[in-house]
Design a protein around this ligand. Sequence first.
Ligand code: ZN
Ligand code: ZN
Length: 386
Amino acid sequence: MFDLPPNYKVVREGKENGENWIFRIKTCLDREITAVAVTQPTVSRTGPTWSYVFENNGLNTVDVGSPGSFDSLKDGYKAAGITLTDIQTCFVSHGHADHDGTIPEFISESKSDLYAHESYGFLKSFKSWDIQDFTSTVLQREFTKIVETKVDKKDLNQKIDSSAEYYKKKQEINVTVGLKHRDVFGDIEVYSTPGHSPDQICLAIDDVVFTGDHVLPEITPHPTTKMNLKKSFINRISKEAVELEALYGLKVYLESLGYILHSNEGRTLLPAHRLYNRSTLNIIDTERARAIIDHHSLRLARLLRNVISNSSSLEDLTKGLFSKGELSGANMVAALSEVVAHLEFLEDVGDIVVTEDGIISVPPSAKPNYKSVIDHILKGSNGVIR
Ligand SMILES: [Zn+2]
Ligand SMILES: [Zn+2]
């Protein structure tokens, strides 16, 4: 048995990968938080989604799991003695399917209010690839070209088909309150921490922070690439949508990690995945945010080294960073977009140039600038007050 801190209690034991486990965690103010592992119905590298329930002017929930996992959620709540209709407020950490996938059933059964980032209600009606102008930069154009020519259509279509029902149902979700940075609800403080997802929020209460997918143990959350909205879309939507562009990309993600690192010292982070895995309880604090920033700093260094030794293309650089397995089928899309996110960052700080035909090289007399940007984030001196 793993070491259980004195403020943790096991309510139900489960599998090695975290499925079925339920913990009860006490905060410094003796508030009880029930952590329920919700099984994902399809095989997932991230493991179950953790749903957290606690008292804060009535019962609150953070995240409810993937489409098709409502029975697993209900079973976990029942085992923990939680009645669904007692939940008054449901928070969604961000609009990814493994977090808001059971919202339609959850809200209709619990009749709870739904709280999510102010952009969630707007974004839920669109798939990111429907609103993004992939022709606006060379990197994004190359990205699309490689996906279209190198990734098996069957793998792609399967992904798109399997999510069609989820997107359809999502359109009908009603958000009760759209959240802004530093909003306060009872004892909860909301942080807007975009980057992994534009609508990602973290929620601080007592000495813990619910981090959704913003900060995870063991795995580094996937950063978004920059967003250039289609002109036709901007014309249709107005101001609100244009502000959306500022919520995407690796730099935004790293700044949001810096925010958690510097504003939450001494707090325990409660992630939406991997709270328990490989028969171990993962207890993380703000240092995990620093470790994720360090990971990206190393990735940037490696990419830049590869470009310095050889002017290269997006495809070659991606192949140089990932194994064959990591690039098989639809995995290729995730790997490519991660490299695009890093290259966009290097391009923005002037460490690389990308020619019209997609050749990536180092400008003459360049000195790496990315390091000082990251140092500022690590020191908390980058002046981002989100
Ligand atoms: Zn996510
Ligand atoms: Zn997730």
